[in-house]
Design a protein around this ligand. Structure first.
Ligand code: GUN
Length: 291
């Protein structure tokens, strides 16, 4: 059986460190690090993520406010709101929850956020810094995965890391981070058009699945002893649950657990780390802006 990588426990350790840092920041600067989370519309998954982010921030001693706007909020109004937050010296971090409604240009919104307040690490300037190996605010989910690998003691140098998925939020930044000095992986990125994906995943010492397809990765796709990281959160119908669905990852957890050396569960793996790294980025943004 694979070692279970406990994201909830690692996230708790990171959050405790952030809480210490946030208290020190408040003592030094007379105010708490401040995060503003913007949610446009009523996507139920986004609502629950945003609530979790704001609650965790408050618990860590970060001044967190959620700004809820209706689904028909215009792009111009959203850009004006971001401009106000950029100009507010008491705001350290700005997060606009994705996806945005169809009528809003996500790239334009991402570019509008001050790169120094971009706690998602999605601004093109921060993406560029990431690829160049420069110090930057790193996207929370891939940064959280790196933290899980580090704190679990997974050997990365020279390892073949295979990333399933090429999204701007996870797949692409994940590949950039794994390639950086210090981690030093050999990286392959696969996606929906990749030929013979199974043959590639079977070569992975570290396999990161971020494709949004329930239980896509089966046991025969995994090399014995590999470290398997599951980024997926998929709702599948389940009449036996009161809410009518259950959450499963992109990995067939039960079967892959028999083959892998280490594996993250869903829930309780990558998800809690994403939130912990958002808090860490907010503290970091505050500290950088204060000096
Ligand atoms: N939607 C899904 N993941 C994320 C994330 O990490 N940040 C933002 N802003 N939106 C998301």
């Amino acid at each position: 059986m694979a070692h279970l990588i406990d994201g909830t426990a690692v996230a708790a350790a990171v959050r405790a460190e952030v809480a210490e840092g946030a208290a020190a920041f408040a003592a030094a600067h007379g105010r708490r690090p401040a995060l503003r989370v913007v949610l446009v519309g009523e996507n139920p998954a986004s609502q629950s993520y945003v609530r979790a982010k704001a609650r965790a921030a408050g618990q860590a001693g970060i001044d967190a406010e959620t700004l809820l706007r209706p689904a028909d909020f215009s792009q111009a109004d959203l850009l004006a709101l971001i401009a106000d937050l950029n100009a507010d010296p008491a705001v350290d971090g700005i997060l606009v929850q994705l996806p945005l409604p169809e009528h809003v240009d996500e790239a334009a919104v991402t570019r509008a956020i001050d790169p120094d307040k971009d706690v998602d690490g999605f601004h093109p300037e921060n993406v560029g810094r990431l690829v160049l190996g420069e110090d930057t605010l790193e996207p929370c989910t891939p940064a959280g995965i790196v933290e899980l690998l580090r704190r679990t003691g997974v050997e990365t140098t020279g390892a073949h890391a295979v990333v399933l998925g090429r999204s701007n939020i996870v797949g692409k930044p994940m590949a950039s981070l794994l390639l950086r000095r210090g981690l030093d992986c050999t990286v392959t990125v696969c996606h929906s058009r990749t030929r013979d994906v199974d043959a590639i995943t079977r070569q992975a010492d570290i396999l990161v699945a971020a494709i949004g397809r329930a239980e896509f990765v089966t046991a025969d796709m995994v090399k014995p002893g590999a470290t398997v990281i599951d980024v997926g959160i998929n709702r599948v119908e389940d009449e036996s649950r009161e809410r009518g669905y259950r959450l499963v990852g992109d990995i067939d957890f039960d079967a892959v657990s028999e083959v892998a050396g280490a594996i993250t569960p869903v829930p309780g793996g990558v998800g809690p780390m994403t939130i912990a790294m958002l808090l860490a980025n907010t503290l970091r943004a505050a500290e950088r802006r204060a000096t």
